[in-house]
Ligand binder design. Structure first.
Ligand code: ADP
Length: 478
């Protein structure tokens, strides 16, 4: 569970808000019920006091001694109802107090006398809690009485405790169920986002024709995927435009350059030129050769990128092809006294275009020779690794600085511009390698340490070894 994910954060917010709402609800219900229950008992007790005060006390002075006691007990039966009633006459003291209740839970004579400002109070008598209400009365003859009525309120506490317990058990359960189902729902509704993200990750400049899945739900996600698809379409158009532009430009430049080259060669062969002019024309010819090399390379890359290059996929032995190509480059290595070796496994069959894969080997080995000092070593290896065929070109030359590594496959990128240009490089060799690898669905990697050397590797899906070493053509044009 990722705490920064949208799912988690919404579920956490949801849980927080729900817990807050339930807490407010619980507290209000608890306080409301408490008020209601206590209020009810208080009202009953006050009514009792008032009846005693208004109906009985006014007659009290004129009656016999036990009259008040008999009247109260007949009317309210406090002992039977577990109630407490007390009448206090100012200056005379207690004129009536009810007897011990039937359940013997408290002794009424132990109930503390009221003080002037505390008529409604909670008292504790022998561990029993009582709610006592008191009212003052003055009879027509001017006598002051205080009538008190009380009852145990344990029952209210039991109800309130029960309510608290119910809340304590059910609230976490409700929150858990609500958050759990909320999280599950979020997961379900955000699943398309995962799918869109996964597919969007896979879309690069090489497969811009692919589109994201559109879930027809009519909601924001559908709108988002439709908008993203429109954006990818626009990007696709822009990329195609750029590719077409460089392909067209290179194509258009080819003919004038060839004419220029031929004209210059014609002039250079003329005997009537003085030596300095011959030198100048020679140098101009060199530059036109360089230019046509660049134009040809650009055209090749653009066609490969646009999927317009003619690629004939055949089953071929990568080891044999790479070894024979490397062999042809021995002379180039000898010029710099570089030891060029090839080590290949037998029967490493892949599906690929022969001339393009040769071009890959040529470019990688030529680079390795170019960027390795005299007397260095370059090795070309082809091996099987599980289900893949691996072609590796390694050298112990100059290496590539860390900052340049991510860019070496870009067009016109040269890590060491001066050295690269000196040796005729324009920064397109590796871009061609990359375009060919992409067209073959091959993986291209480089690792290098400055001053120690570099390793370029290409991984292609390995094919089964054919039964009779015959090469079966499986021509595919992509
Ligand atoms: P260039 O024509 O300049 O060689 P590439 O596209 O073939 O262009 O290579 C791009 C850059 O990558 C080169 O300029 C060089 O700095 C670096 N590079 C390529 N191969 C090697 C290698 N084997 N050793 C060191 N640097 C290399």
């Amino acid at each position: 569970m990722n705490p920064r994910s949208l799912r988690f954060r919404i579920a956490a917010w949801y849980a927080g808000l729900l817990a807050g709402a339930l807490l407010i609800f619980g507290v209000s219900v608890y306080l409301g019920l408490e008020r209601y229950l206590y209020g009810n008992v208080q009202r009953t007790l006050t009514a009792e006091c008032r009846t005693i005060g208004t109906q009985l006390l006014s007659q009290h002075p004129f009656k016999r001694t036990n009259w008040l006691e008999t009247e109260i007990e007949e009317a309210y039966a406090p002992e039977v109802n577990n109630h407490f009633i007390r009448v206090i006459q100012q200056g005379k003291g207690i004129v009536y107090v009810s007897g011990a209740p039937k359940d013997g839970s408290f002794d009424p004579s132990q109930v503390p006398l009221p003080n002037a400002e505390d008529r409604s109070r909670k008292v504790r008598v022998e561990g029993k809690r009582l709610l006592v209400e008191g009212l003052e009365f003055t009879t027509p003859d001017g006598t002051h009485f205080t009538v008190e009525s009380g009852a145990p309120y344990q029952q209210i506490e039991v109800v309130l405790h029960g309510l608290l317990l119910t809340f304590a058990i059910y609230m976490p359960f409700i929150i858990f169920v609500a958050v759990g189902s909320g999280y599950w729902l979020m997961r379900r509704s955000l699943q398309p986002v995962d799918e869109i993200t996964r597919r969007a990750e896979g879309i690069t400049s090489t497969n811009l024709s692919e589109r994201l899945p559109v879930i027809s739900t009519g909601d924001e996600l559908e709108r988002l995927s439709v908008s993203l698809n429109r954006m990818i379409e626009r990007l696709d158009d822009a990329f195609q435009h750029i590719n077409r532009f460089s392909a067209d430009a290179s194509h258009e430049l080819r003919t004038p350059l060839t004419i220029l080259q031929l004209e210059l060669e014609g002039i250079a062969q003329s005997h009537r030129l003085n030596p300095s002019l011959t030198d100048q024309i020679g140098s101009a010819l060199e530059e036109t050769h360089r230019m046509s090399h660049i134009v040809e390379s650009l055209l090749a890359i653009s066609r490969l990128d646009a999927g317009e290059a003619k690629i004939e996929m055949t089953r071929l032995d990568l080891g044999q092809l790479a070894a024979s190509t490397t062999e042809q480059m021995k002379l180039l290595a000898e010029e710099k006294s570089i030891r060029l070796t090839s080590t290949v496994d037998s029967d490493v069959y892949v599906e690929g275009d022969r001339s393009h894969l040769q071009q890959v080997v040529v470019n990688l080995v030529a680079n390795a020779i170019k960027y390795t000092q005299d007397g260095g070593e370059v090795e070309m290896r082809v091996r099987r690794n599980g289900n893949t065929a691996v072609l590796e070109v390694s050298d112990n030359g100059a290496g590539i600085p860390d900052y340049a590594l991510p860019h070496v496959f870009e067009r016109f990128y040269r890590a060491d511009k001066a050295r690269s240009r000196e040796s005729g490089g324009a920064g397109l060799g590796l871009a061609i390698v990359k375009a060919i690898c992409t067209a073959h669905g091959a993986e291209l990697n480089v690792s290098s340490r400055e001053g120690k050397g570099s390793v370029f590797s290409i991984e292609l899906p390995l094919l089964d070894v054919p039964k009779n070493d015959e090469v079966r053509p499986a021509v595919r044009k992509i």
